[in-house]
Design a protein around this ligand. Structure first.
Ligand SMILES: Cc1cc2nc3c(=O)[nH]c(=O)nc-3n(C[C@H](O)[C@H](O)[C@H](O)COP(=O)(O)OP(=O)(O)OC[C@H]3O[C@@H](n4cnc5c(N)ncnc54)[C@H](O)[C@@H]3O)c2cc1C
Ligand SMILES: *[C@@H]1O[C@H](CO)[C@@H](O)[C@H](O)[C@H]1NC(C)=O
Ligand SMILES: *[C@@H]1O[C@H](CO)[C@@H](O)[C@H](O)[C@H]1NC(C)=O
Ligand SMILES: *[C@@H]1O[C@H](CO)[C@@H](O)[C@H](O)[C@H]1NC(C)=O
Ligand SMILES: *[C@@H]1O[C@H](CO)[C@@H](O)[C@H](O)[C@H]1NC(C)=O
Ligand SMILES: *[C@@H]1O[C@H](CO)[C@@H](O)[C@H](O)[C@H]1NC(C)=O
Ligand SMILES: *[C@@H]1O[C@H](CO)[C@@H](O)[C@H](O)[C@H]1NC(C)=O
Ligand SMILES: *[C@@H]1O[C@H](CO)[C@@H](O)[C@H](O)[C@H]1NC(C)=O
Ligand SMILES: *[C@@H]1O[C@H](CO)[C@@H](O)[C@H](O)[C@H]1NC(C)=O
Ligand SMILES: *[C@@H]1O[C@H](CO)[C@@H](O)[C@H](O)[C@H]1NC(C)=O
Ligand SMILES: *[C@@H]1O[C@H](CO)[C@@H](O)[C@H](O)[C@H]1NC(C)=O
Ligand SMILES: *[C@@H]1O[C@H](CO)[C@@H](O)[C@H](O)[C@H]1NC(C)=O
Length: 624
């Protein structure tokens, strides 16, 4: 056994060395080997992390990453302030009409580039509360907790995934940055976490206003205390003040490893399933079907895997790969005429995201310079560009912001116990699509139980109010659940995304308390010095009824944080992957991206994706 697999590896290695050049990027099928040890679908945030770890751990095993997008060298990607996602580098899928949002549909933006969403995100690099991750184990069960799906189990991977560089003393003095490196960091991963050398002056004032509302200040949020007001780093290289992301951290430094191939401009359409050589599952992943995305050649070709196929196409695309392979809810597959090989009702269900609200204020007495001044005034912009290019300083070093108020329900409303009673009285089946499988319903029911605890907790946030990016509000603990399924009329076309925001009516009640809190915030003495005049929604919205009408026509379903469509959990609770991230019913197939999170944490999601990917890499390496 050992010697035969060793021979196989040596042969394979020889094959690789004769067929490849030093730089391992591939643009055509012709540059590939016919088989690899590991094939990773998706060269984004999680996929590149896992590929780096595997090619390092197994110098004689080959890894192919198949990425839909291109390797893009662009200062727009690298410059922190340029955070509006470029449509060339992102999928722009139209969601289905949203019944809870007045039937509006929305653009689903996810990365389509080497590096995935980490190449286009706002670099806000925080973590959820300990309670958010402990809830994963509550939902999935004791076995998952024992296998490290908890805060305590994940913290070492959060630490491992990044290198934290404390801010310079000058920046600490100037902006008031606080941190606790010991509680939260200490690893040497190749993604950089650091604080930029610039904040707009209004930042201080906006933080003070939160404190006037009695919101607790945390010295560090990333050690499990992600509630209150706190600073968090950017995913940013402190030397060059450029974006640190999947590509710069996990691809560029290792691209010349001879066992690492990256195929760009191609998509994995499905996993090739063969008969299993173990008793545990009927099928086994044998490789993938791949199609070029340039449209010139619609034929697919096969590449085979000797060890595993690893899905890392993200929450929006991973379910489609599974469903097209015949792994998913029987009704969805049947509608698309796909033979069900493994009935797995949770695939594509359980979609969660942070619904985003945006209020608009005219700050009639704001004398402090802000980003709008920079974008409107060419002199200021040119000065900013000089500072950035000459010294890596100034406003262009600032991405989406480095602090926020993360508020538990009890700090937003004195009606939280009534809300929790209403939640307890709910019948979970009323709020999922009628076709939902009983096992998925069982999982949802467990989630609502966990959410009761999280909504009651003073140590888990229900809303985030990011500081420094306008009057945004992000709903961190949604009760509604959506779906991402293949299109039955054309399974190879884009997925059908139904966020189903506000389909659980209690979400609307919760949101109403969240926005009202924002109004109170702008009445604090410090915020008042800015002379805020609310333009949207404005004075016409006053009563609860007014809010209930305004919210469905104004809120958008996503803060770009979709998770949950291939969730961790037992099959009996709608789970798609076990604690080892293996897909039920299929050998040699795992999911490692954001879709495995069973419950959305109260944070921007990239740092959690890196931590999960590091754990995934350990599981794969440990199994070899
Ligand atoms: C605009 C935006 C702003 C954000 N802001 C922040 C932020 O400030 N802070 C934060 O923490 N998080 C943020 N996020 C979220 C965070 O970046 C994501 O949660 C995380 O990067 C997702 O990682 P992933 O590995 O699951 O998926 P991705 O990084 O999306 O990787 C999936 C990859 O798979 C590729 N792919 C898709 N289908 C296929 C296929 N069939 N075959 C081959 N390849 C395929 C895609 O092109 C992509 O590269 C933001 C996201 C976006 C889009
Ligand atoms: C893009 O960047 C890579 C890695 O930094 C480099 O090797 C390559 O030459 C660059 N390509 C172009 C076209 O600049
Ligand atoms: C949304 O569409 C559904 C189905 O077409 C319809 O019944 C409902 O009234 C619409 N809702 C709104 C608010 O327009
Ligand atoms: C990073 O940390 C790991 C684990 O502690 C250690 O084995 C490795 O040598 C470190 N690498 C560097 C470059 O310090
Ligand atoms: C199209 O792609 C298929 C699969 O890789 C290949 O066999 C075929 O030769 C290609 N056709 C052309 C015209 O390039
Ligand atoms: C904002 O306030 C200023 C100063 O009072 C005023 O001149 C301007 O018209 C206002 N803008 C809007 C959009 O109301
Ligand atoms: C732009 O900014 C510069 C530098 O602060 C200032 O002198 C100038 O008046 C501004 N121009 C406009 C049109 O506001
Ligand atoms: C860059 O830094 C140097 C040294 O501190 C300073 O003299 C210079 O003015 C800075 N350049 C810009 C554009 O701010
Ligand atoms: C609850 O809060 C509201 C609005 O902030 C206030 O009017 C009301 O008196 C409070 N009720 C109790 C019981 O404290
Ligand atoms: C779903 O079920 C509910 C109650 O069982 C029913 O009122 C509703 O009409 C059903 N909806 C659909 C689309 O079948
Ligand atoms: C599925 O099969 C049915 C019946 O043969 C056909 O009407 C339908 O168009 C097929 N759908 C797809 C997506 O191929
Ligand atoms: C307007 O802003 C200035 C500068 O911050 C401040 O001194 C003044 O008190 C503010 N005016 C009001 C009415 O708050």
């Amino acid at each position: 056994m050992i010697s035969s697999s060793l021979t196989q590896h040596l042969l394979h290695f020889a094959l690789l060395s004769t067929r490849t050049s030093a730089f391992q990027i591939k643009r055509h099928a012709s540059g590939l080997a016919t088989s690899y040890d590991y094939i990773i679908a998706g060269g984004g945030t999680s996929g590149l992390t896992v590929a780096d770890r595997l090619t390092s751990a197994f110098p004689t095993r080959s890894v192919l990453v198949v990425e839909y997008g291109q390797l893009v060298n662009s200062s727009v990607i690298l410059t922190p302030a340029a955070t509006v996602p470029d449509p060339r580098y992102a999928f722009q899928i139209r969601s289905q009409p949203e019944p809870g949002l007045n039937n509006r549909s929305f653009t689903v933006t996810v990365g389509k580039i080497v590096g995935g969403c980490s190449a286009i995100n706002a670099q806000m690099f925080d973590r959820g509360s300990a309670a958010d991750y402990d809830a994963w184990g509550d939902v999935a069960g004791e076995e998952y907790k024992r296998e490290g799906w908890s805060w305590e189990g994940l913290l070492p991977y959060f630490k491992k995934s990044v290198t934290f560089t404390p801010p310079a003393k000058e920046a600490v003095d100037r902006f008031g940055y606080t941190f606790d490196a010991e509680a939260a960091y200490g690893g040497n991963g190749s993604i950089q976490a650091s604080y930029p050398p610039f904040q707009w002056q209004s930042e201080k004032l906006l933080r003070t206003a939160w404190k006037e509302l009695g919101v607790k200040e945390q010295q560090e949020g990333a050690g499990g205390d992600a509630y209150g007001v706190f600073w968090f780093p950017s995913s940013q290289d402190p030397k060059t003040q450029t974006r640190s992301y999947g590509r710069t951290g996990h691809y560029d430094p290792v691209a010349d490893r001879s066992n690492y191939h990256l195929l760009v401009g191609h998509k994995v359409t499905e996993v090739i399933l063969g008969a299993s050589d173990s008793d545990n599952s009927a099928f086994q992943a044998r490789g993938v079907k791949i199609v070029s995305v340039d449209g010139k050649n619609a034929s697919s070709f096969d590449v085979f895997s000797k060890q595993e196929v690893i899905l890392a196409a993200g929450t929006i695309h991973t379910p489609g790969i599974l469903q097209r392979s015949g792994i998913g809810p029987a009704d969805v597959l049947k509608a698309a005429n796909i033979t069900t090989k493994v009935e797995l009702p949770g695939v594509g269900q359980n979609l969660q995201d942070h619904a985003l609200g945006n209020l608009f204020y005219n700050m009639t007495n704001n004398t402090l310079p802000g980003p709008i001044d920079m974008y409107m005034n060419r002199t200021l912009m040119e000065e900013a560009q000089r500072q950035y290019s000459q010294n890596h300083t100034g406003p262009l070093t600032l991405s989406g912001g480095n602090s926020g108020a993360f508020l538990p329900l009890s700090t937003i409303t004195n009606t939280s116990s009534a809300i929790i009673s209403a939640l307890t009285a709910q019948s979970p089946s009323s709020y999922l699509p009628n076709s939902t499988h009983p096992t998925v319903l069982e999982g949802y029911s467990r989630q609502l139980d966990a959410l009761k605890d999280l909504l009651s907790s003073n140590a888990a946030a229900v809303f985030e109010y990011p500081i420094g990016s306008g009057a945004l509000i992000s709903f961190l603990k949604p009760l509604s659940r959506g779906t991402v399924n293949i299109d039955p009329t054309d399974p190879l076309a884009g997925p059908l995304v139904n966020y189903r925001t506000f389909t659980n009516p209690l979400d609307l009640t919760l949101y109403q308390h969240g926005v009202k809190m924002f109004r109170r915030y702008y009445t604090t003495p410090t915020a008042q010095t800015l002379g805020p005049v609310e333009l949207i929604p404005g004075a016409a919205v006053q009563t609860d009824e007014d809010w209930m009408k305004w919210l469905p026509k104004s809120i958008s379903p996503s803060f770009y944080h979709p998770v949950g469509t291939a969730a961790l959990g037992p099959k009996s609770r709608g789970g798609v992957v076990g604690p080892d991230l293996r897909v039920y019913g299929v050998g040699r197939l795992r999911v490692v991206d954001a879709s495995v999170m069973p419950l959305i944490p109260g944070t921007h999601t990239s740092s959690t994706v890196y931590a999960v990917a590091e754990k995934a890499a350990d599981l794969i390496i440990g199994a070899a």
